[in-house]
Design a binder for this molecule. Structure first.
Ligand SMILES: C[S@@+](CC[C@H](N)C(=O)[O-])C[C@H]1O[C@@H](n2cnc3c(N)ncnc32)[C@H](O)[C@@H]1O
Length: 390
């Protein structure tokens, strides 16, 4: 790991003058009508205690409990600020569903299976995974299956409940209750919502984190007087450590998919609003803030008792999972040319190296015993090697 001892933390000096100056203030007001409380909160914080770090700025802008971007908005989809793979094509979630079943089988078909998604957005990914679980009911047999969602946003948890459950979900009051919402899917599976991973019950779990770690606060460091910057996401590291410990002790696996690199990129902090790049300092709380995930850092944060695979590109992972075969099956059952065109368009966005194919990467954390099984039985980990369909 690059040493940070001599690095100086870059404080992000949100220029207060920007917000005191008449012109800028008017400009901000026009653009920020929807989140004045965030602007006031940040301005008074900086005025009272001085500059805040990039990480603190990011945390406030995204997850401040009153006016944070994620807490207040449903930002996903064509009408929102950005679109993610599960929202683009059902094939994405279906292939991840196959991955979950494949890893559950390879790990010895535990009698309990918890599907845990971190930052589930609109709930589409879990919904597509659960459809595969229903289709593979015969394979899953009598497994005790439950769904656990780690979501900080009350607004998005409601969207997820609308997507995943048929009954009225029950919401529980108070910041200290571990489960703040629960419900049942149309196939009778229990679904629980938590604010943090520690609250998810122990037991064999498959963890999925898609575009979750890129939303966690990063620190930016500058090496000496040079303009060489380093970005570090300690919260992402801590979460991966917790996943690793649980996988080592309880069994299971984690699949992390995100924009990312293997320790090769710097200065990736950016904003998105209305599907366009957005100045990170403009209109805080009204735009998504994100930074590429450094998978080499996540790997270093796992303990010796787990094995990491990847990162590999989304294009390779989905190809290995059999996306081409699945596409052909769906195309054959498509009733009209416009649905076929839509399927092909989704495939292109997911797979094209210029689009998501090479920008997104897959990374997996597995128990050491799984690695031993790979060596002993040559049972590959789906997605990271070619899937043999026989
Ligand atoms: C970029 S969205 C990705 C949504 C979804 N995984 C997808 O790919 O469509 C990030 C998700 O993580 C949630 N989130 C962000 N920070 C979080 C935190 N600290 N704890 C729990 N959830 C968080 C957001 O509310 C949102 O659901």
């Amino acid at each position: 790991m690059r040493t940070l001892v001599r690095l100086k933390q870059l404080a992000l000096e949100v220029p207060c003058s920007m917000w005191r100056d008449g012109c800028c203030w008017n400009f901000s007001l026009r653009r920020l009508q929807s989140n004045m409380s965030m602007l006031k909160h940040l301005t008074s914080k900086i005025t009272a205690t001085g500059p805040i770090s990039v990480a603190e700025y990011m945390r406030e802008a995204l997850t401040n409990p009153v006016s944070g971007y994620y807490v207040k908005n449903d930002m996903l989809g064509v009408d929102g600020d950005f679109i993610t793979s599960p929202e683009i094509s059902q094939i994405f979630g279906e292939l991840l569903g196959v991955w979950c079943v494949s890893e559950w089988m390879a790990a010895g078909k535990s009698s309990v299976l918890q599907l845990v998604e971190l930052g589930p957005g609109r709930g589409s990914l879990t919904s597509d995974i659960l459809r595969v679980f229903s289709q593979l009911k015969a394979v899953l047999g009598k497994v005790d299956l439950s769904v656990h969602l780690v979501e900080i946003s009350p607004k998005l948890s409601q969207v997820q409940a609308d997507c995943l459950t048929t009954d009225q979900t029950q919401a529980f009051d108070g910041d200290d209750v571990p489960v703040y919402r629960s419900g049942t899917t149309n196939t009778g599976l229990p679904v629980y919502w938590y604010r943090q991973i520690e609250d998810v019950p122990r037991g064999f779990s498959i963890f999925i984190a898609h575009e979750f770690i890129d939303a966690l606060p990063i620190h930016k460091f500058q090496e000496g007087e040079k303009r060489h910057h380093v970005e570090v996401c300690p919260e992402g590291g801590v979460i991966v450590q917790k996943l690793s410990n649980r996988i080592a002790e309880d069994g299971g696996a984690a699949l992390i998919a995100d924009y990312g690199h293997d320790g090769t990129k710097t200065d990736t902090f950016r904003g998105f609003k209305g599907h366009q790049l957005h100045n990170v300092l403009e209109a805080p709380g009204t735009a998504d803030l994100t930074a590429d995930v450094d998978f080499s850092y996540l790997r270093k944060m796992t303990e010796d008792h787990v094995t990491c695979l990847g990162p590999i590109t989304q294009q390779s992972f989905l190809k290995n999972m059999g996306i081409d075969t699945r596409l052909q099956i769906l195309l054959r059952s498509c009733p009209d040319s416009s649905s076929r065109a839509q399927l092909m368009h989704g495939y292109d966005i997911l797979m094209n190296p210029e689009k998501m194919g090479h920008r997104f990467h897959f990374f997996s954390v597995l128990s050491r015993s799984r690695l031993a099984a790979i060596k002993a039985t040559l049972l590959p980990v789906a997605g990271f090697t070619e899937l043999r369909l026989h």
